[in-house]
Design a protein around this ligand. Structure first.
Ligand code: F6P
Length: 545
């Protein structure tokens, strides 16, 4: 591990930012725009297909240069280079962090522990492509000889959110003859509802789990096997209706899936960074190998940008640092991610895991309790729905809520006047948030004096607007890689390990211990706190009633 640095919040770079924040805390975005008529043309960056405007963030040129100095002090670039070099930067799990190798071109070299992992990546991609083509063309059939019409991905967290999000995002590219579904929750109602109208003879289950031990996934997988066998009758049918995606070959074999039908990945791929590995098999089945590879190329172009661009022109660095600025210096606790796209409905939940499981840490990489806020609470749903729900609080509430707006210029389906009405909202909301409406403007509209205060908009709410030409596989890859690397930059500044997730372990362990207390015939001796004991007793009584 690298030498222990001084905590970031004790560095002179941090204090300079704090001093600068007190100088500009009251400066309104209206003033910043008035002072510099070219602000909108200057504070943006076009990288690949992404045009990112951060002129409506509460930053000046000085803010940005102080933030870049902070990033340099935190050695963000050095950590980035260590990641690309295959060093074991996931210190608590002693693992390399090489999701960037998942999209490296054939022939590239990215090594960890002296082994070039790129050939392994392409070997799995080739097997996935071969399998996907067979299923898509009817070469792979079910146990009774019927063609596969339904794909059910069973997984949770990173083994669900990524492929689910990308499948929805790329629906216009999906084979309309394949019905792809995602079962994640261990709530049996979900399994029931998602399989009730499916014919097992035409259904292929993908059990996607890095560890192949996750309680939710294994419970769903066992139910799926029982559901399929009840109809197909024969254990040998498992081979035709179940494939696995995992790093755990032994557990896959123990479950009864032939390891010839297993698609592997590696411990250097974190769950939340894994949908471009074999975890994306359901996606590849839906959109076909060619589109999947185009998506990887999109990821790759953003990786290259992140790896090579100086901080001052580095999009993930700029967005990450602006997040630090809003969170650590303006006290914002959340980030609303607001895609103006029906197809990106699951982007925010996906980014939630990416950002919050990665950076929800309170101990740094050297084992010290951090001295500043980390993590970003990510939330939101597609516009314009949110506008009629929670935007009120963003516009006129008492909290500072920075937002990322994501808009797509050319829709997959241009239906009547929809697109321009939709996008008018995409442009209007950041404008309203930034500039608000002063009391004088409200008065000038003829609003009665007793309503002026309530109808005034303070403005000065920061946002970033990301505009892309179309939602292609490549653009999706670029967008996701942007957020991956943004998350990396923030973790590096805070000095935390963005690649472990110990915080989910305690709840898992306690749940495992509670299961027998709920299922035992006789009243169990409970030794939890009095609240948990009472809840469990009441639940048992309700179940029996
Ligand atoms: O929530 C914890 C976690 O380990 C995530 O990081 C991961 O994406 C998810 O569980 C699923 O894990 P697995 O793929 O091993 O089933």
């Amino acid at each position: 591990m690298s030498e222990m640095p001084e905590p970031i919040e004790r560095t002179s770079q941090w204090w300079e930012l704090a001093a600068h924040q007190s100088e500009i805390a009251d400066v309104h975005l209206r003033e910043l725009f008035a002072q510099d008529p070219t602000r909108g043309e200057r504070l943006n960056l076009a990288v690949g297909d992404l045009y990112v405007d951060y002129a409506k963030q509460r930053v000046t040129d000085e803010t940005m240069s102080l933030l870049f100095a902070l990033a340099r002090k935190a050695k963000v670039e050095e950590l980035r280079d260590s990641m690309f070099a295959g060093d074991r930067i996931n210190v608590t799990e002693d693992r390399a962090v090489l999701h960037v190798a998942l999209r490296a071109p054939r022939g590239a070299e990215i090594s960890t522990d002296g082994r070039n992992v790129v050939p392994d990546v392409h070997e799995v991609l080739d097997r996935m492509a071969n399998f996907a083509e067979r299923v898509r063309t009817g070469g792979w059939v079910g146990h009774t000889g019927r063609r596969i019409r339904n794909i059910v991905n069973i997984g949770i967290g990173g083994s669900d959110l990524g492929p689910r999000m990308a499948y929805e995002a790329l629906l216009p590219y999906a084979d309309p003859d394949l019905d792809v579904r995602f079962v994640s929750n261990v709530d049996g109602n979900e399994f029931f509802e998602l399989t009730r109208d499916l014919d097992p003879a035409e259904t292929l289950f993908i059990v996607a789990s890095k560890t192949f031990t996750t309680l939710e996934t294994m419970t769903n997988a066992r139910s799926a096997r029982e559901w399929a066998m009840n109809v197909l009758g024969d254990e040998s049918a498992v081979a035709k209706h179940f494939v696995a995606v995992s790093t755990n070959e032994t557990a896959v074999a123990e479950f009864g899936i032939d390891t010839a039908n297993m698609f592997g990945f590696w411990d250097w791929v974190g769950g939340r960074y894994s949908y471009d590995s074999a975890i994306g098999l359901s996606l590849m089945l839906a959109i076909g190998p060619e589109n999947f590879l185009a998506m990887l190329a999109g990821f790759r172009s953003m990786d290259e940008h992140f790896r090579t661009a100086p901080l001052e022109q580095n999009l993930p660095a700029i967005l990450g640092l602006i997040g630090v600025w809003n969170g650590n210096f303006f006290g914002a606790e959340t980030l609303a991610v607001l895609p103006y796209s029906h197809y990106l409905a699951s982007l925010t939940p996906y980014l939630q895991q990416l950002a919050m499981e990665s950076n929800g840490k309170s101990v740094d990489r050297w084992g010290r309790v951090v001295g500043t806020q980390t993590g970003e609470v990510v939330w939101g749903q597609p516009g314009t729905n949110g506008q009629h729900a929670y935007y009120q609080l963003i516009h006129q509430g008492t909290k500072l809520i920075p937002a990322d707006f994501i808009g797509i210029a050319r829709p997959a389906h241009d239906v009547g006047p929809h697109q321009d009405i939709f996008m008018a909202n995409f442009f209007a909301q950041p404008e309203a948030l930034a500039f608000g409406r002063t009391a004088d403007q409200v008065r000038a509209d003829g609003v009665p004096e007793d309503q002026v205060a309530a109808r005034t908009f303070a403005g000065n709410h920061p946002s970033t607007s990301i505009l892309v030409p179309d939602l292609t596989p490549s653009v999706l890859g670029q967008l996701v890689a942007l957020y991956e690397h943004k998350t990396f930059v923030q973790g590096a500044v805070w000095g935390i390990n963005s690649f472990d997730q110990w915080g989910v372990e305690l709840g898992k362990k306690l749940a495992q211990a509670i299961v027998p207390e709920l299922t035992s015939e006789s009243e169990p001796a409970l030794s939890h706190d009095s609240s948990t004991n009472s809840l469990i007793r009441r639940y048992r009584a309700l179940r029996r009633a």
